[in-house]
Design a protein around this ligand. Structure first.
Ligand code: F6R
Length: 607
């Protein structure tokens, strides 16, 4: 959840560290810090708050050719200067930045304290600095390796020491770590976005690997001290894609990128003329695919909502039974899995700790696993047996938007692929393929009406609670709309299947309660109108998401946000867009920090 970066160069690396931290800030931002090895020893600077504050308060003489930096999202110990990273050993010769959780930190701490180490912070991470110093005998790589053998937990770390100023040691276990190779030095970071300003040549690390970075290259070993040879890969992001491109916030930019995102997710996969799909990443033969008796989809948060839409799509159109599980539950409840099951894991980042653990659980049981990930080369993408990238590009806004539509697009493609093997006729397939090809233009049409969402958001300016209702394919969209609202505007929002409202939540409805209802024209339209009437009868304010051309709905709703007509299984790709805009504008109206909502981090790499 934190962001780490380390740089090793020939000149001063301070500015490079600051720039990298700014790019990583979406992963955690309650405090920040950095350390460099200067001519007169280790220099450390830490602040509570944002990277901008770190930069503003940096002492003038803060410079050096080797350094590490960190932006924190607190797990152990409150956000404070002492708890901010880097952490130092007792002599102040060694500095460590850490992303992850050291589970046995209490035991290690009491052993180290009994040997005279002086701890300054309440964090689990500080034990790493003391432990590495304890093992140091002239070789930093060896000391880190030995220390990590005592550690239980997850980590991505970068370590520097004044005793070996020409080396930076990095290691990973369960937290991402990437090395960037550039002219004049090496960089290491928890996320490629911190590297792309300097290089697109990267090296990915596997769990249990430790590397010593030097000006002339790097040496990688395992925890057992076996040499590992690494290859340099090229990432295809560029800087433009990481900038806000004229939008006030990354979230708004990413909402507006969705037409292009759908085009990218379908490019080369949607064969419109033939009415077919091609998914190169799915390496099972038709015979093997036909043998699948059940699909289990596991994910967290927004990706879990996408999984729920996937369940509706796959069961309705591919006639394969589907179960959707929170990854955090799946990993611990010893779920029943059969050899003919297929497990799909969905993750934007490809690094979510619970989703990764669920994937490993499924693999341990010998079930075939498919990943639907956005970040190329992420751990989940690499560990699944096969997969389909969503190609949404880097998602920087903490609230996920374009990743969701890309996931839905991929799930629709998978539905077509499996459906054609079972009961789906070529006509139905052609109809869905055509409708998918029209989606980007339809999303553009929804975006043209962003002003209406802004006006509707005024209803949320002072409210503390709201309700989201939907049915069928749009029930998970109601959940997703509510999640977006609570994440960035801090309004308490609940999503429900519309008919469930009568079984409890209706008690909350009064004249102060905005109720967002997804009421597109489909086979449950009349039922939804009845649900709307039930809210109106109790004075609730209705914001309806409806199908273009539906005038009737205006008689029932206080505000209507229209979306173009499409096939029922594809409506979530349209109906979610006004809900994203609604949450965005409500948060802006309430003065919230949209791209960095409180208490949240972009990638939840701890349990
Ligand atoms: C919501 C959000 C989170 C993520 C969840 C899973 O806006 O961003 O709920 O969807 O943490 O993350 P990934 O998809 O990276 O596994």
């Amino acid at each position: 959840m934190c962001g780490i970066i380390g740089c090793l160069g020939t000149g001063d690396v301070t500015q490079m560290l600051i720039e990298g931290l700014k790019r990583l800030e979406y992963r955690g931002y309650d405090s920040a810090g950095m350390a460099v090895i200067a001519q007169d020893g280790m220099k450390v600077h830490k602040v509570v708050g944002r990277v901008a504050e770190l930069e503003r308060t940096l002492p003038e003489d803060f410079c050096g050719p080797v350094g590490v930096a960190h932006t924190r999202w607190a797990t152990h110990g409150a956000p404070s200067v002492v708890n901010a990273h880097p952490h130092l050993d007792s002599k102040g010769q060694l500095a460590v930045v850490h992303n992850g959780i050291i589970e046995n930190h209490r035991t290690l701490r009491s052993v180290l304290e009994s040997r005279g180490c002086v701890f300054r912070s309440e964090t689990d991470s500080e034990v790493l600095a003391h432990l590495i110093a304890h093992y140091y005998q002239g070789d930093l790589l060896a000391a880190v390796r030995q220390a990590l053998r005592d550690v239980r937990g997850t980590y991505g770390i970068a370590v520097i020491s004044t005793l070996e100023p020409d080396v930076l040691v990095a290691a990973r276990n369960g937290s991402p770590l990437i090395v960037g190779v550039r002219d004049g030095g090496l960089l290491v970071a928890s996320d490629a976005s911190a590297l792309v300003a300097h290089t697109r040549d990267v090296i990915y690390f596997e769990d249990g690997e430790i590397a010593a970075l030097r000006a002339d290259g790097l040496r990688t070993v395992t925890l057992e001290d076996l040499e590992v040879s690494k290859t340099v890969e090229r990432i295809d992001w560029d800087m433009d894609r990481l900038e806000r491109g004229g939008f006030d916030h990354f979230m708004l930019k990413e909402i507006h990128e969705q037409p292009e995102v759908i085009r990218n997710a379908t490019r080369g996969r949607l064969l419109v003329e033939a009415g077919e799909v091609k998914l190169g990443g799915i390496t099972l033969s038709n015979r093997e695919l036909k043998k699948i008796r059940r699909i289990v989809i596991t994910a967290c948060g927004t990706s879990w909502h996408a999984a729920l839409v996937g369940e509706y799509m796959l069961e309705s159109y591919a006639h394969v039974p589907v179960e959707v599980e929170y990854a955090s539950e799946f990993r611990y409840r010893r779920p029943l899995l059969e050899p003919d099951d297929l497990v799909i894991v969905i993750s934007q980042s490809g690094e979510t700790a619970d989703t990764l653990a669920a994937l490993r659980e499924a693999k341990e049981r010998g079930v075939v696993t498919v990943g639907i990930c956005n970040v190329v080369g992420s751990t989940i993408a690499r560990e699944t047996d096969m997969g389909i990238y969503t190609h949404a590009g880097p998602e920087i806004g903490v609230a996920s938007t374009k990743a969701f539509t890309a996931q839905l697009t991929v799930l629709a493609l998978l539905t077509l692929r499996l459906g054609r093997l079972h009961y789906m006729t070529p006509e139905t397939s052609r109809e869905i393929v055509r409708a998918m090809a029209e989606l980007p233009v339809k999303v553009e049409r929804v975006l043209e009406h962003a002003e209406e969402a802004r006006a509707a958001a005024e209803l949320f300016a002072v409210t503390q609670n709201c309700l989201y209702l939907g049915r069928g394919f749009n029930f998970p969209v109601a959940l997703e709309g509510a999640l977006k609202m609570k994440e960035i505007s801090y309004i308490h929002a609940e999503g429900y299947p519309a008919a469930e409202m009568k079984h409890g939540p209706i008690a909350l409805v009064d004249k102060n309660m905005p109720v967002v209802v997804i009421a597109t024209r489909d086979r449950v339209y009349d039922k939804i109108l009845s649900n709307i009437e039930e809210v109106k009868a109790r004075g609730g304010r209705i914001i309806a998401v409806a199908t273009e051309g539906d005038r009737e709905i205006r008689r029932h709703a206080d505000c209507v946000l229209y979306v173009p007509e499409t096939l029922d299984l594809l409506t979530p790709l349209l109906t979610v867009v006004p809900l994203q805009l609604l949450a965005y504008y409500a948060a802006v109206a309430r003065g919230c920090d949209v791209d960095r909502p409180r208490n949240l981090a972009k990638s939840v790499t701890v349990e």
